[in-house]
Write a protein that binds this ligand. Structure first.
Ligand code: CA
Ligand code: CA
Length: 363
């Protein structure tokens, strides 16, 4: 009986041992399998990444630091891209008329004018980001030029002013240190009937840069102040200006300058059922800047949208910008006038008779 019990115990022991031995390789192969699966995931990352990177652009200064949307300083541009899986490979960008360039780090745009940039990134799996929309920005760091004369016969101060990039915004006239008036459109002249010993003008461009010219006793003084310099109170300018600034007086001769902007605007109108769309084209060979546009309705009862207007910073040669009147609501016969004018240019206008019936424009 004891032998029988011993035999059964021995058999059970052998079975347990065999089962244990047979399970060992299985456990081993499971762990190897697990390792190889993890390695496969790692190696197949590139193939699994189907999402392109995302690029963000940063400007420094972050917003235009001049007037009317212009920068009056250098602009530093930084591009940063992130990718969730395979990682960033390269960022490409296009600046103004350049070819696609490889981004290597922040870069600075210094030149006056209208600039444009677009960009995209590629990840290590080869996914290409959709190029960004074209971002435009304008830099004007140059004060206007001035020729100032006194027209003795007509008793007039006559300022011949010019600003190439953003255009002349306004001219302030001074006589004997006293402010006498301001002109915002050419011709920049001011009539003055009193005795004149000293005349002066301060000219601002649309970006906010200013230039000063003083004409006293047939001596010309010129000093151009970039916007960043401390503002000098012109009424006391002669008293407060350090006389050393006159040591290197520059009198710019603009008589030979080609003062044509080379910007030429053309407009194309589409009369929709609910409003007017205007395509403003630059058919010239240089930038059109500070383009002011308006759409107005004269006559009839116009309750909504009688006048719509705006300013476009820059339209490069060959390009166009579309603007719209928005929703019109009224009744009666009306004259629609559309007008566009660039800095220093002549206005381009068009007129169209129409009948307004509620939201509808009937030509
Ligand atoms: Ca990716
Ligand atoms: Ca300027």
């Amino acid at each position: 009986m004891r032998n029988e019990t011993f035999r059964k115990g021995l058999v059970c022991g052998i079975i347990v041992l065999l089962v244990g031995i047979s399970l060992m390789p299985i456990a081993g192969s499971l762990s190897i399998e697990r390792v190889s699966t993890a390695s496969q995931i790692q190696n197949s990352n590139l193939g699994d990444d189907i999402t392109p990177p995302v690029t963000t652009i940063y400007f420094d200064p972050p917003y235009p630091d001049g007037d009317n949307g212009w920068y009056v300083s250098d602009v530093t541009i930084t591009l940063e891209a992130t990718d969730d899986m395979s990682g960033l490979d390269v960022i490409k960008y296009l600046l103004d008329d350049s070819d696609w360039l490889t981004y290597t780090g922040p870069f600075t745009v210094e030149s006056d004018g209208c600039h444009r940039i677009t960009y995209y990134a590629i990840d290590k799996a080869g996914n290409v980001e959709q190029p960004s929309e074209v971002i435009r920005f304008g830099i004007d760091q140059t004060p206007p030029t001035i020729e100032l004369t006194w027209d003795e016969e007509n008793k007039r101060l006559v300022a011949d002013v010019f600003d190439e990039t953003s255009g002349v915004n306004r001219v302030e006239f001074y006589v004997d240190d006293e402010f006498v008036g301001e002109v915002t459109e050419a011709p920049y002249e001011w009539e003055y009937s009193g005795t004149v010993r000293e005349i002066g003008v301060v000219v601002y461009d649309n970006a906010g840069n200013r230039a000063i010219r003083i004409h006293r006793s047939f001596r010309l003084f010129l000093e151009q102040f970039p916007r960043v310099m401390p503002v000098v109170d012109f009424t006391n300018a002669m008293a407060t200006l350090d006389k050393s600034v006159f040591a290197d007086i520059k009198i710019e001769d603009t008589s030979d300058c080609d003062c044509e902007l080379g910007c030429e605007l053309e407009i194309e109108l589409t009369f929709g059922r609910y409003g007017i769309t205007m395509i403003i084209k630059n058919i010239g060979d240089s930038d059109c800047t500070n383009v002011k546009w308006s759409i107005t309705f004269d006559g009839g009862i116009i309750l909504l949208g009688r006048e719509t207007s705006g300013t476009i910073l820059c339209i490069p040669p060959g390009e166009n910008v579309t603007v719209s009147s928005g929703l019109i609501f009224g009744f009666g016969r009306t004259i629609i006038t559309v007008s566009v004018e660039s800095a220093g240019g002549s206005p381009v206008t068009k007129e169209q008779e129409a009948f307004i019936f509620l939201f509808f424009i009937i030509i």
